[in-house]
Every structure is written in C-alpha cells, then in structure tokens.
Ligand binder design. Structure first.
Ligand code: NAG
Ligand code: NAG
Ligand code: NAG
Length: 338
C-alpha cells in the first residue's frame, strides 16, 4: 500500500531525473544554409543548445569543381583554402573541444549526388575521406577544413535517382571508418517520415547507420504536429505521427540499422519548413511530445532544421535550440536553469 502510494507521487512529478540522465538524449542542429545564421562557434558555446552539428551541404556529384557550400565556405576541388573555410576549420576545432560532434551532410533538398557505377561510389567515398577524414600523409587533394577531422557523415538524400546505389556508398564509408580507430566516426541519415522513405529506405536497410534524424515535417501524413493536435492537412489526408512505425520498420532482424538511435526532426521556427502546412511546435507542445517519446524504444533525442531558424524563434530569452535542450535535460521549457 505504502509503496503504491509513493509510486503515485513519483509519477505526479512527471519523470525522475535519473531516468533522464540514463537516456542522455541529444540535440542535433543543422548549420550552414541559413542566410541569418551566426558563426558555427557561437552554437558550440556553453549553453548554446546543440550537441551534434551536421554541416550542410556537400550537394553535387559527379561534378568537376563545384561540390557545395557550408555557410560561405565553398567545398571545391581547389587545394587552396579560402579564408571563409579557414574560419569554419577553426570553429570545428573549437566545437570539438567543447565535446560537440561535427559531421558533413551529403545531399539536401536541392542536392544531386548520383552514382552510375561502383567505381564512382568508391571514388566519392575515398575523396570525402581524404577531404574531411583523418589527415593522411599520402593524400594531396583538397581539404576545405584544413586539419580539422570531422566526426562522421550524414546522408540527407531527398531524390529517388540512384536510390539503390547509396547503400553501397554507406558500406564504403563504414569500411573507411574501420581504417582509423583513433576516434569513433558516425554514419547518420535524415530520412523523411513516410515509412518506408522512397529515397532512403533501401540505404537504411542495407547500409549501417548509427543515428537517424527523421524529418517529421515536410510530409503532412506523418508529421510531429499530428501527435499534438491531430492536425488535418490541407489535402484532407489522415495525419498520424510515425515514430513508432519507423522504429518497428528499422529494427526488423535483417536491417543493418537496427541499432540506430532515432531522433525526432522538427522545424526550428514557423518558417523553417518550407511549405504552407503548419509544422512548428511551440516549446510547450515540444515538451509534451518529448516527455512522452523519451521513453519509446530507440529514442536518441531531437533534430532541428536549422541553427539560423532557431535564432528567429526566441521565447523567454531562449532560442528554440535552448528551449529544446532544456526540455531534453530537465523536462521543462526555458528559463528553467540547468
Ligand atoms: C562559392 O561558389 C558559388 C558558386 O560558384 C559562388 O557564387 C560564390 O561566390 C562562392 N563564394 C565564395 C566565398 O567564394
Ligand atoms: C562510372 O561513372 C562515372 C560517372 O559517374 C563515369 O565517369 C565513368 O566512366 C564510369 N565508369 C565505368 C567503368 O563505366
Ligand atoms: C594511403 O595509404 C594507406 C595505407 O597504405 C592506404 O590504405 C590508402 O589507400 C592511401 N590513400 C591514398 C589516398 O592513396
């Protein structure tokens, strides 16, 4: 009787601090595409919010000299480092000194990364490893971020062309990771929330991912907003929140990614998801969602698109990234101190 009473009072508190510490959920925030964003290092200062920052985007392959851009740093085949890229190099090193993980994201909404054959898959994997992986004495090609060594690579493939070839690319990258055990390299991905995602479903089954940042926006039929309000999309289709369906799909026995941690992807401001549906969750709505789903199998944390947008959605003096980090750490919105 007594123990039952104490259980009731515990559950009234919402959740216990030890459960949160055990799960240690993380915040992932993309950087590199917002016109209004601050320098990368600003987002890595103590209390800024993000734990993991994918740099957006390496967007084009094959291509002779134009591979993409990360903020104002152009990723090109030139071996001369621009001053803009030098700044990003220094900021990556600062971020890593603060315990943050910095990855390079491949693809993006306007991206076109395509493979015609196995040779071109291996060529790109080796090229990216040379450009952004460990400094290799026998590699003489471009290193846009100088001696900064990234913590991994992210696949944000939003285009069905070449869909069945990407798994081989992921396998190549994982093999390259095995050549350097001085640190852990991560393979991450940002699929859409439809189960299975047409562009990334095969890749996630046949290539091994460590972390998956599911975009629970863009697609009205499966967005996070559906979990909050049962919001009805403009096209009249039924809306459901597909976290649990995605988790069941990715953990079937033959899936290479069955051990992946899953992150709920959200827009970081009302304008961040580029279409006319309302996908933005207020901090209170996000708290309701997170405090329920933090106990669901596979939960790794939250992903936000993107850093610049987060600065546009300030409440109680906290950016949206700070709001979400506060909820992940304490269960409560800002300005609760932690
Ligand atoms: C980066 O490349 C784009 C496309 O070629 C170009 O418009 C832009 O001026 C370049 N930026 C810098 C800083 O070199
Ligand atoms: C493989 O594809 C690349 C372009 O993606 C092309 O340049 C190359 O010639 C192809 N190689 C073979 C053996 O078909
Ligand atoms: C550099 O040398 C290592 C070890 O011999 C080899 O595995 C790797 O393929 C080489 N990389 C390049 C770019 O030649």
């Amino acid at each position: 009787m007594l123990s039952r009473l104490s259980l009731v009072s515990l559950s009234l508190l919402g959740f216990s601090a030890s459960a949160v510490a055990q799960l240690a959920p993380e915040l992932v925030v993309y950087w590199g595409q917002s016109p209004s964003e601050r320098p990368l290092a600003d987002y890595c200062k103590p209390g800024a919010g993000p734990d993991i920052i994918p740099l957006a985007f390496f967007s084009s392959y094959p291509s002779t000299d134009w591979f993409g851009n990360v903020d104002s740093c152009n990723l090109t085949t030139s071996t001369t480092q621009s001053s803009e890229c030098k700044t990003v190099e220094e900021d990556i090193k600062y971020c890593q000194s603060q315990g943050k993980k910095i990855m390079l994201s491949i693809g993006g909404g306007g991206g076109s990364v395509q493979f015609d054959n196995m040779t071109s898959i291996q060529d790109l994997a080796n090229q990216l490893w040379g450009m952004f992986g460990p400094v290799q004495a026998n590699y003489t090609g471009p290193r846009p971020f100088g001696t900064a060594v990234l913590d991994g690579f992210d696949m944000d493939i939003e285009n069905p062309d070449s869909a069945f070839s990407y798994a081989f690319f992921v396998q190549e990258m994982n093999q390259l990771f095995e050549t350097d055990h001085s640190k852990k390299y991560y393979m991450t991905g940002a699929p859409q929330c439809i189960v299975p995602d047409a562009n990334m479903g095969d890749m996630m089954f046949n290539g091994k991912f460590d972390l998956l940042y599911i975009q629970f926006y863009n697609t009205p039929q499966c967005s996070a907003r559906g979990a909050i309000s049962g919001y009805n999309p403009k096209d009249g289709s039924l809306q459901y929140f597909s976290y649990d369906a995605f988790q069941e799909f990715i953990t079937v026995s033959f899936s290479q990614s069955k051990g992946a941690k899953l992150y709920i992807g959200l827009p970081a401001s009302p304008d961040a998801a580029d279409n006319d549906e309302n996908y933005f969750l207020t901090p209170d709505e996000a708290a309701k969602l997170i405090n329920e789903y933090r106990y669901h199998p596979g939960f790794g944390g939250i992903m936000l698109w993107d850093a610049g947008s987060s600065d546009q959605a300030v409440t109680n003096g906290c950016t949206y990234s700070q709001e979400i980090q506060s909820i992940l750490k304490t269960g409560r919105v800002c300005p609760k101190k932690y």
